[in-house]
Design a protein around this ligand. Structure first.
Ligand SMILES: Nc1nc2c(c(=O)[nH]1)N[C@H]1C(S)=C(S)[C@@H](COP(=O)(O)OP(=O)(O)OC[C@H]3O[C@@H](n4cnc5c(N)ncnc54)[C@H](O)[C@@H]3O)O[C@H]1N2
Ligand code: MOO
Length: 428
C-alpha cells in the first residue's frame, strides 16, 4: 500500500491517457450539453434595431411639453414599419408602437417611447394624445441597437458546454449548425459469473447470485457525462472470452469501461489481458477508499501517433467503488476527451456531525446537505463498498483525509456533486 499513489497523484496519470476528440457539426436544437469547438459570433448587432421596450407612443424627446396634445398618425406593430410615404411632422405627431417594434429613428427622428399607462388618448377620426410624464429624455424606453452585442463580436467562446441559454443566444444570431466535440463512444464491459440480468425473477435467482446493478448505473453515468454508450455487455470470467470482448471493445470505442475483475482474485482477468492487447498499464491501485484497485491503461507506444485510440478504465466491481471511481476518474477523463477543463466542480462545505475517516486511505464518502444554506453536509454512515442502498439520499462525495482522529463538526471539506440525469438515458 505504501507504494500506491494517492488520488491527487493518480488523476494526472489517468488524464495522460486521453486526448480531445475531433469536432463535428450538429443542428442547433441537438447541441444542448455538447461542447462548442468554434466560437459563435453575432451575424448582426443585438438588438438589430432600436427596439421599443414598451407598448406606447414613439416621439421626439425635444417635441414634448407638458399638456401638449400630439396627433397620433400611425401604428408600428412588432415586426412592422410605418406605411411607405407617410408624411409626419415630428414636432407635432407621434405613432403608436408595440413592445419589440423598431423605432423609426432614421426616418422620423423619434428617439423616445412613452408607455401607454402615461398617455391620455382622445379617440376619434383624428386621435390625439397627451403624455402625463414629468419629462421625456432621448433614449427613454428604447433598447439601443447593438447594446447587447455588435456584429462580428464573439458571443459564445469555444470550449463552452452549451446550456439552454446558449442555444437561445446562438439561435438569435442564426447559428443553425454549430461545431461541437464528437461524443465519446463508450463500451461498458461487466464481469463476474455471479451476475444475472436485472430482470431475472426472484424465483430463478440462486442465493449466491446477484443482479447486475453496475450496468444500468454506468450507462446513466456515462450519458450524464456527455458520452454515447455503444453497448453494455456482460463477459464471462474466462480468459478467451475476456480477450475477445476487450479486443472488440477497443475497436468500437473511444473509452472502454470495465466493471469488476481488476483486483487480485483468480478470476480478475482484466489487468493481465490488456497488456496482451498492446496496452500499457498506467495505473493499478490508488490509496483511496473505495476504489483501491482502480485500473487505467492506454495504447502502448507514442500516443501522438494514434491520438484517437481507445483508452481503458477498470472500475473495481463493488457498486459503491464503481459509483465513486466513475466520478473521480472516468468523469475527468471524459471531460478531457470533450475538450473541457478536466477539473471537477469540487466546492468547500462544512461537516455537520463528527465523522470517522479511514486511518490509512483517503476516503470518499457519500454525503448529503443538511440545513437550508447547502453549506453543511452529513456523511452517510459507511457500509462498505459492496451495497448501494445507503447512497440513496446522497447528493455528492466528500473527501476525508486519512487520519486516526475523528473529524469534528465544523471541519471544512471538499464536496463533489453527484452527476445528474440526462434525458437520452431513456433511449437505452
Ligand atoms: N486479496 C484482496 N482482495 C481484494 C482486494 C485486495 O486488495 N486484496 N481489494 C478489495 C477491494 S478494495 C475491492 S473494491 C474489490 C474489487 O475487486 P474487483 O474489481 O476484482 O471486483 P469483483 O471481485 O469482480 O467484484 C467485487 C464485488 O462487486 C460485485 N460486483 C461486481 N460486478 C458487479 C455488478 N455489475 N453489479 C453488482 N455487483 C457487482 C461482486 O459480486 C463482488 O461482490 O476487491 C476486493 N478484494
Ligand atoms: O476499494 Mo474497495 O473499493 O474499498 O471496496
Amino acid at each position: 500500500m505504501a507504494d500506491l499513489p494517492d488520488y491527487s497523484q493518480a488523476l494526472p496519470e489517468a488524464l495522460s491517457c486521453c486526448n480531445p476528440l475531433e469536432a463535428e457539426h450538429v443542428a442547433l436544437p441537438k447541441a444542448a450539453a455538447r461542447v462548442l469547438r468554434e466560437a459563435v459570433t453575432a451575424d448582426r448587432d443585438q438588438p438589430p434595431f432600436d427596439r421599443s421596450a414598451m407598448d406606447g407612443f414613439a416621439l421626439r424627446a425635444d417635441a414634448w411639453a407638458a399638456e401638449k396634445d400630439f396627433r397620433v398618425v400611425g401604428s408600428i406593430p412588432a415586426g412592422g414599419t410605418l406605411p411607405d410615404g407617410l408624411e409626419l411632422d415630428p414636432q407635432a405627431d407621434v405613432v403608436r408602437i408595440a413592445t419589440g417594434a423598431a423605432v423609426p429613428r432614421d426616418t422620423t427622428g423619434f428617439d423616445a417611447v412613452v408607455q401607454i399607462e402615461k398617455a391620455q388618448v382622445t379617440e376619434g377620426d383624428s386621435p390625439t394624445v397627451r403624455f402625463t410624464v414629468e419629462g421625456v429624455k432621448p433614449g427613454m424606453n428604447i433598447h439601443q441597437r447593438g447594446a447587447d452585442a455588435t456584429a462580428g463580436q464573439e458571443i459564445i467562446p469555444a470550449g463552452t458546454m452549451l446550456r439552454p441559454h446558449h442555444l437561445g443566444i446562438a439561435a438569435a444570431v442564426g447559428a443553425g449548425q454549430v461545431s461541437v466535440t464528437r461524443k465519446p463512444r463508450v463500451v461498458i464491459l461487466s464481469s463476474g459469473d455471479e451476475l444475472r440480468p436485472i430482470d431475472t425473477p426472484l424465483a430463478e435467482l440462486e442465493p449466491q447470485q446477484i443482479r447486475n446493478s453496475n450496468g444500468p448505473m454506468l450507462v446513466a453515468l456515462l450519458y450524464a457525462m456527455g458520452c454515447e454508450v455503444v453497448r453494455q455487455e456482460h463477459v464471462v470470467d474466462e480468459a478467451q472470452a475476456v480477450t475477445e470482448a476487450c479486443t472488440q471493445a477497443v475497436a468500437d470505442a473511444d473509452l472502454v469501461i470495465t466493471s469488476g475483475g481488476v483486483s487480485v482474485g483468480q478470476r480478475d482477468l482484466f489487468p493481465a489481458t490488456w497488456p496482451t492487447l498492446g496496452y500499457e498499464t498506467v495505473l493499478h491501485g490508488v490509496k483511496m477508499q473505495p476504489g483501491k484497485p482502480v485500473f487505467v491503461a492506454k495504447p502502448q507506444g507514442d500516443r501522438s501517433a494514434k491520438p484517437q485510440a481507445a483508452c481503458v478504465i477498470g472500475l473495481p466491481g463493488n457498486p459503491v467503488s464503481v459509483l465513486a471511481t466513475a466520478h473521480l476518474f472516468a468523469w475527468p477523463m471524459v471531460r478531457r476527451m470533450l475538450g473541457l477543463d478536466p477539473v471537477l466542480p469540487w466546492r468547500r462545505v462544512w461537516l455537520s456531525t463528527p465523522t470517522k475517516p479511514n486511518a490509512r486511505r483517503e476516503a470518499f464518502r457519500a454525503a448529503r446537505f443538511v440545513g437550508e444554506t447547502r453549506e453543511q453536509v452529513e456523511v452517510l454512515p459507511w457500509q462498505g463498498s459492496g451495497d448501494l442502498s445507503h447512497t440513496a439520499t446522497a447528493e455528492g462525495w466528500v473527501r476525508l483525509p486519512a487520519s486516526n482522529t475523528e473529524l469534528h463538526a465544523g471541519t471544512p471539506l471538499m464536496f463533489l456533486p453527484l452527476l445528474g440525469g440526462y434525458s437520452d438515458t431513456a433511449a437505452h
